[in-house]
Ligand binder design. Structure first.
Ligand SMILES: [Zn+2]
Length: 498
């Protein structure tokens, strides 16, 4: 690659060379980080050192009480109204602001964290890597949007990220859940918390799981529809038979991708099991009750102010997505004016409102301010770049996009816009260079798998989208097409044999 670029530089103008070199250097440095899966899927994270520090402290207390030699996970506070908390294989603990708003005591929080930490401590294997199974790609993004429209009535990034977190959260079986409850109980008791808080938590989790499983069923339906359309025509006479064969195969494949059909014990059953465990494992000595910082961290001061503003921001985005001007105007009020910006992520709601109904320049400023967040997702960079393109600052836009893909650690969300922007700036050779990159991304394993779930593989891949951004018509790509065709055939044949 380096040789190719130097060779071309000998012929091209110096300025183009510099741009090419920059893009080549940047490319070398794009490496996934442990937050990439979230940042590339537009998760919005809250910056709140106070809340993160508090949660870290409770985790540490739970781990230390039992002498567990494991690191406290990287705490990621996700801006979402869904009740969400999970640990992942990358050392993160994701907890939603919706969960933080609904917890009523540190005991309840400790029950939640104790349970999630226990999955890590007990080394419950994540036998299904959901991200490998359903990689980020044009087609997956469309399916997520279909499902978001169906389940939430909106298709913006905030709505699709709820589905992504449903999907990313690992899936455990009943036995593993029971083990995590019991181990979490032990952690709580050793740390001096009141394990009876599990009761309240179970009821909240039950409601959250019900909602999640409804959303997952909608997503599954959207994926099955796409997969069915991608299925090769079965060599059977009856159309009805052919359809039912394909439906069964599609459903099986989707179920194989992730655990869409999950069953949970009811809160009462979990409570009963845990009570039985407690009776069998009595402890005479009670650990002293810890000093709790719950009120200070989440119920008064900056923590609660931030959680309230986050709720306001979520309502604003919801109203904008539903085109409800009056509701948006009411919701956005506390975010503007004199209010101190407690977290850079609040700029998303503020700027989206300005962009839709207010002053565009205020929107541009908000997009820029969001980039100052500790964890800006792909959409923050794309948004800021879009304002720069509008102002014809193409180089500024390209720089923003380049720094975006480096920070996020994934090129997929950025390449089509990088091509469109280089093209708008008149630098076609740079645009073609980026398009080549799409091609190599498209031949990756994840894109092949991606194409299995694709309606029209040659038209709907990242590469095809990139070629369209280049202003050309995507041609049938023989290599990609045959690879995709073979992959599809083998998957369907395998499923038919079962
Ligand atoms: Zn669990």
């Amino acid at each position: 690659m380096q040789r190719l670029i130097s060779g071309r530089c000998a012929l091209a103008l110096a300025i183009t060379c510099a741009a090419l070199a920059t893009s080549a250097q940047a490319r070398d440095k794009i490496e996934e980080n442990n937050e990439t899966i979230y940042l590339a899927r537009d998760f919005v994270f809250v910056d709140s050192p106070a809340i993160e520090g508090y949660l870290r402290g409770v985790c540490k207390r739970l781990l230390d009480a039992k002498g567990v030699k494991s690191d406290v996970p990287n705490i990621l506070v996700q801006s979402s109204d869904a009740f969400n908390a999970f640990t992942d294989a990358h050392g993160n603990l994701v907890i939603s602001t919706g969960a933080l708003r609904s917890l009523e005591s540190e005991d309840e929080l400790a029950a939640l964290l104790g349970h999630e930490l226990s999955h890590l401590i007990l080394k419950h294997p994540q036998d299904k890597d959901a991200m490998r199974a359903l990689p980020l790609g044009m087609e997956t993004i469309s399916s997520m949007k279909d499902a978001a429209a169906e389940s939430q009535g909106r298709t913006d990034a905030q709505a699709t990220s709820v589905l992504w977190s449903d999907f990313i959260a690992p899936t455990w079986n009943r036995k593993q859940e029971q083990e995590a409850d019991e181990n979490g109980f032990e952690l709580m008791r050793a740390a001096g918390y009141d394990p009876s808080a599990f009761g309240q938590l179970f009821s909240k989790l039950q409601v959250a799981e019900q909602k999640r499983s409804e959303r997952m069923q909608v997503l599954k339906k959207a994926l099955v529809v796409r997969l069915r359309e991608a299925a090769p025509v079965a060599k059977v006479q009856s159309v009805a038979l052919s359809n039912s064969v394909t439906d069964t195969a599609s459903e099986k494949l989707i179920d194989g991708l992730a655990a869409f059909n999950r069953s949970y014990e009811s809160p009462d059953e979990r409570q009963t099991q845990l009570a039985a465990y407690a009776r069998e494992h009595r402890e005479k000595k009670r650990a002293p009750r810890p000093e709790t910082g719950f009120r200070d961290a989440l119920q008064i001061g900056e923590g609660v102010a931030m959680l309230a503003l986050d709720g306001t921001a979520l309502s604003t985005l919801d109203a904008i997505a539903r085109k409800n001007t009056a509701a948006a105007q009411t919701a956005v009020a506390p975010l503007g004016g004199e209010t101190k910006q407690l977290s850079a992520h609040l700029n998303l709601a503020l700027g989206s409102y300005e962009q839709a109904y207010g002053k565009p320049e205020a929107g541009a400023a908000a997009a820029e301010a969001w980039l100052q967040a500790a964890r800006p997702p792909a959409q923050a960079f794309l948004w800021s770049a879009s304002y720069k393109v509008k102002g014809r600052d193409y180089q500024g836009a390209l720089d923003t996009l380049e720094s975006g893909r480096k920070r996020v650690g994934d090129s997929t969300p950025f390449l089509p816009t990088l091509i469109a922007t280089s093209r708008a700036s008149g630098n076609m050779s740079l645009a073609r260079d980026y398009t080549k990159e799409c091609r190599s991304e498209s031949s990756s394993m994840s894109d092949k798998l991606q194409s299995v779930v694709s309606k029209q593989p040659s038209q709907n891949t990242l590469y095809a989208e990139c070629v369209r951004q280049l202003g050309e018509k995507p041609t049938e790509d023989a290599v990609t097409e045959s690879v995709v065709g073979k992959a599809r055939e083998s998957v369907f044949n395998l499923l038919r044999k079962k």
